[in-house]
Design a protein around this ligand. Structure first.
Ligand SMILES: [Fe+2]
Ligand SMILES: [Fe+2]
Length: 332
């Protein structure tokens, strides 16, 4: 229940009324002037995060005991949140040069808040592993160990690509495109899938994913507005932007992230079947029961969402969606 003496929170930041990530990212039009530091303090820190600031979930949203016992479902969740925690830590570090090179105060403030958001995401994903019973003392080392290949094969190429543009070339708009379209444009649908998968199994896990998704709507939409305005005011930048986006598409084509996702989706599948009674007729998307889905089908749906979201955001920015296609791209 919301205390009626508290100020109303903007609809897109309110826990109860915020849209789903994909709907919000496709339909909302937030900009950096609106989502400034004051907005972040009042609408996010004191709004979205009210009662959820420490763990990312409400204290009434519990972690079920079966997820604390060994088994494929726990293994899937540890892998997923371990990798996501590490990715969010890297996202935080990558955003430091964005704050540094931001051309104006609204952009600087916005990226300062996004940097904090990502640091917080890293923290709640990591700490969820402690809630699952992993020892806190060795947590960072344990995550590093399980993510050695993921870091080397998926994260490192993305780090190199991003820093070249935002730090070495000090190209702020190019960096915004890389973060919002190349990085978060792909990760957001995975986050949406996560929220939908875990909600019937673990209220705490579902809430953590939901909270990060609410932040993601803001990250994606504000970045789109920054880019839209930049190409409106600097049409000569369009060819450069196209180059960056196509290089980003080629980068993903060269990275085999699918095998990491499919591995944990297969573990999830085994675990889901063991705990089918908890899921029942829950639908992962309208008309499809979670229990009737397969690992590759869930992966393909996330890819389809990526394409749909990209299409909507590109249209909003006044850019051709064809810029995100590469001849080699194999979309299932
Ligand atoms: Fe994040
Ligand atoms: Fe983000």
């Amino acid at each position: 229940m919301t205390d009626s003496t508290q100020r109303a929170v903007a609809q897109e930041a309110d826990w109860e009324t915020a849209p789903r990530l994909l709907d919000g990212a496709k339909e909302l039009t937030l900009g950096p002037e609106e989502c400034n530091l004051a907005y972040w303090i009042t609408q996010v820190a004191q709004g979205t995060l009210r009662d959820r600031g420490v763990t990312g979930h409400h204290e009434s949203a519990f972690v079920p005991d079966f997820l604390k016992q060994p088994g494929p479902l726990r293994e899937a969740l540890v892998l997923e949140f371990g990798f996501r925690g590490l990715s969010e830590e890297i996202a935080t570090r990558l955003l430091a040069p964005y704050v540094e090179v931001a051309p104006g105060i609204p952009q600087m403030e916005f990226y300062a808040t996004q940097l904090l958001d990502e640091a917080r995401h890293a923290r709640v994903f990591r700490n969820h592993l402690v809630e699952l019973g992993m020892p806190e003392a060795t947590l960072l080392r344990d995550i590093d160990e399980m993510a050695v290949e993921y870091r080397r094969e998926v994260l490192q190429p993305v780090i190199d690509f991003t820093l070249d543009i935002v730090q070495k070339q000090r190209d702020f708009a190019g960096g915004v495109a890389v973060f919002a379209i190349v990085i978060e444009g792909v990760l957001a649908p995975a986050a949406e899938l996560s929220e939908r998968k875990w909600t019937p199994l673990s209220p705490a896990t579902g809430e953590i994913s939901r909270g990060t998704a609410i932040d993601e709507i803001r990250h994606l939409t504000v970045a789109s507005t920054i880019l839209r305005d930049h190409v409106r005011q600097n049409p000569e930048y369009r060819p450069r932007l196209r180059e960056i986006l196509q290089a980003g598409v080629e980068l993903w084509d060269s990275i085999d992230d699918r095998r990491f996702v499919i591995h944990r989706e297969e573990l999830f599948q085994q675990g889901m079947e063991q705990h089918a009674d908890r899921i029942g007729d829950y639908e992962i998307w309208p008309g499809t029961r979670l229990l009737d889905t397969r690992p590759d089908q869930r992966y393909d749906m996330a890819e389809q969402w990526t394409d749909e979201m990209a299409e909507a955001r590109m249209a909003y920015m006044g850019l051709p969606v064809g810029w995100l296609n590469s001849p080699e791209r194999s979309v299932a």
